[in-house]
Design a protein around this ligand. Structure first.
Ligand code: SAM
Length: 327
């Protein structure tokens, strides 16, 4: 059916992200010793502006993530929605920044692939086994559950099914009975290039679910923005050519709309920056280092690219953690 084709095209975007990250790390933009186990070969050369764009994306998201972990002293849980083949769990383990539990959700077929890689690659499975206290670790074709890391196959557009699965694997939520605030873990929800593939009502529903489920929480979202102009149109057409529709593109028209979506869906504070701003706020010493890696003559193209992506984030807190923007 058309829906199947569209979903398949959305699933394929997971490989794009991993292939581009793999290439950029092979050039030294940042370190990721685990990504090689998810895409074997380095693949075709990517243009320097693409590599810089991925650098800004990964560094920007990581800085927010790490700030949240430090604020909560890792006494928190993280849920990466539409995680694809993301390697953050392993990075956090190596950096001694592991949350109490790290959850990932993606379509069952993507999850099955990820679990297959984990099963067959000791550098991936070892850290999971090491952080697990008992002998029995749940590992089947569509889910993995250990003490600190859990991967679930579910459709983000079916919130009740997803929630049920997450709870089955000990997600800590506000609606779990007469618990006191002390037992409720601060929660970080991450969506990196995911919401844009869902309709505006579906993504708002997910954002509202997170606000209603966790009393002290942060939501980090990375995706397209400013899509109304010529450059935005070209980005949309490129995806359409691969049968991939950006069902949520209308929510990606401006930074204002990104913020509003959070504020209308139960979040107390919201912020949004385009990637030009994020790029300029990253530690300039490291930015200088990566800018020397490859010569870039199309500076304008880089600016255009960065201008069409954004990081938006929102927070709400019952426990006064002071979750703030710590670039
Ligand atoms: N977040 C990862 C990253 O940045 O490397 C992957 C990004 S990839 C562009 C989008 C991911 O979202 C894909 O893995 C896709 O399967 C997942 N996704 C999109 N819509 C989804 C849905 N309705 N249910 C579950 N996963 C979904």
């Amino acid at each position: 059916t058309d829906t199947d084709t569209a979903d398949e095209a959305v699933r394929a975007t997971c490989d794009d992200a991993t292939v581009c990250k793999r290439f950029a790390t092979s050039k030294g933009y940042w370190k990721d010793p685990y990504i090689q186990y998810f895409v074997r070969s380095v693949g075709e050369r990517k243009a320097p502006e693409i590599n810089r764009g991925y650098y800004a994306r990964v560094q920007g998201v990581n800085r927010l993530l790490d700030a949240f972990l430090k604020k909560t002293q890792c006494d928190c849980q993280i849920i990466n929605l539409g995680a694809g083949l993301d390697t953050t769990f392993w990075r956090l383990k190596d950096d001694n920044l592991m949350p109490r539990k790290f959850f990932e959700v993606d379509f069952p077929t993507i999850v099955a692939r990820k679990i297959h890689y984990i099963k067959t690659k000791p550098p991936l499975s070892k850290p999971i086994i090491e952080t697990h206290s008992t002998d029995s670790l749940l590992l089947d074709a569509h889910s993995l559950d250990s003490d600190r890391y859990c991967i679930i196959g579910a459709d983000l557009r079916n919130i009740s099914d997803m929630e049920e699965k997450l709870k089955k694997f000990q997600l800590n939520t506000d609606s779990g009975g007469p618990r006191t605030a002390a037992y409720l873990l601060p929660t970080l929800v991450l969506t990196e290039c995911v919401l844009v593939y869902m309709s505006p009502s579906q993504s708002s529903g997910l954002i509202r679910w997170a606000a209603e489920t966790f009393h002290t929480a942060m939501f980090i979202n990375y995706e397209q923005v400013n899509m109304y102009d010529r450059f935005g149109q070209v980005m949309i057409e490129n995806l359409q050519r691969r049968q991939c529709t950006l069902a949520g593109v209308e929510t990606c028209q401006s930074l204002e709309l990104q913020k509003e979506r959070f504020l209308r869906s139960g979040w107390e504070h919201a912020n949004a920056l385009d990637m030009i701003a994020v790029y300029s706020m990253l530690p300039q010493e490291d930015v200088g280092r990566i800018e020397r890696l490859e010569f870039l003559d199309e500076l304008e193209l880089l600016q255009q690219l960065l201008q069409h992506y954004s990081i938006s984030w929102a927070s709400k807190e019952k426990l006064s953690l002071g979750i703030i923007w710590l670039f």
